[in-house]
Design a protein around this ligand. Sequence first.
Ligand code: ATP
Ligand code: MG
Length: 231
Amino acid sequence: MSHVVAIANLAGGTTKTTTVRNLAVAFAEYGKKVLVVDVDPKSDLTFALGGELSRVTISELLSRKSSIDSGIVSTSERFDYIPGSSSVDSFASASAFNHLMGEFASKYDLVVLDTPSTPTQGLFMALEVADSILYPMPLTNSSFRGAHRIRTIVKDKLQMAFIKLDGFRNLVLEKEIAADFDLLDCEILESQDLRENENSSSSVLVVSKNSPIAGNYRELAYSILEKLHLI
Ligand SMILES: Nc1ncnc2c1ncn2[C@@H]1O[C@H](COP(=O)(O)OP(=O)(O)OP(=O)(O)O)[C@@H](O)[C@H]1O
Ligand SMILES: [Mg+2]
C-alpha cells in the first residue's frame, strides 16, 4: 500500500507546490516510487511540470471518464504525476479518490498531494484520503493559523511540519509550532538558486544538484521517510 501525504496549509504562498515538486525528486533519488497528484484548481504544479495541455486530468479520473493509465504522466525525474484541473472541485469525492487509489496503490511507495490554500472540495478530499499531513511553515502567524485550521479538520492523523526560514528566526513561534505539530528536524532556507530556477521545467535538485537548497530538500525527504518507517 502506498502512503499518502498531503502537503497543506490554508495560508497562500507557504511553499506547498515547491515542496511537492522537490520532495518528489528527492524521494525518487532515495529509490522510492512516487506519484504526485495536483489537487489545486490553480494547477501551478502541473504548469511547472509542463503538463498544462493534458487531455486527461484528475477530473477525468475522478469522474471515471478515462482509465487511470491514460491519466498518469511520467517525468524524466523518475516520478509520475496526475495533472490538475480547474474543475477538480466538481468531481472531488473521497470515495472516488479511494477507488482510484485502489487501482494504483500497489505501484507506488508514496503518493504526494499538492493542495490549494482555500477550503475547496478538493482540499477536503485530499485531507480525508491522506494518511499524514505535511505543513510547510514559513515563520509567520498566518502560516501557523493556516496549519491550525487544517489540524482541526484532521485531528487523528500524523501532522508533520517543517520550518521555511526566509530571514529572521522567531523563537516564540518556533516553540509553538514544535508544541502543536510533529516538527521535523530540518529546515528549508531561502534560496537564490531556487528563485532563479522558477521558470525551468526541471527541479532545482537536478539543475543545481549540489546547491544548499537541494541538500535541504534531500534532508527533508530523509526525515519524512524515517518518520514513516520507509527507510
Ligand atoms: N526556499 C525558497 N527560496 C526562495 N523562494 C522560494 C523558496 N520556496 C519557494 N519559493 C518561492 O515562493 C513562492 C511561493 O511558493 P509556492 O508557489 O510553492 O507556494 P504555495 O504554497 O504552493 O502557493 P499557493 O498557496 O499559491 O498554492 C514561489 O515563487 C516559489 O518559487
Ligand atoms: Mg501551490
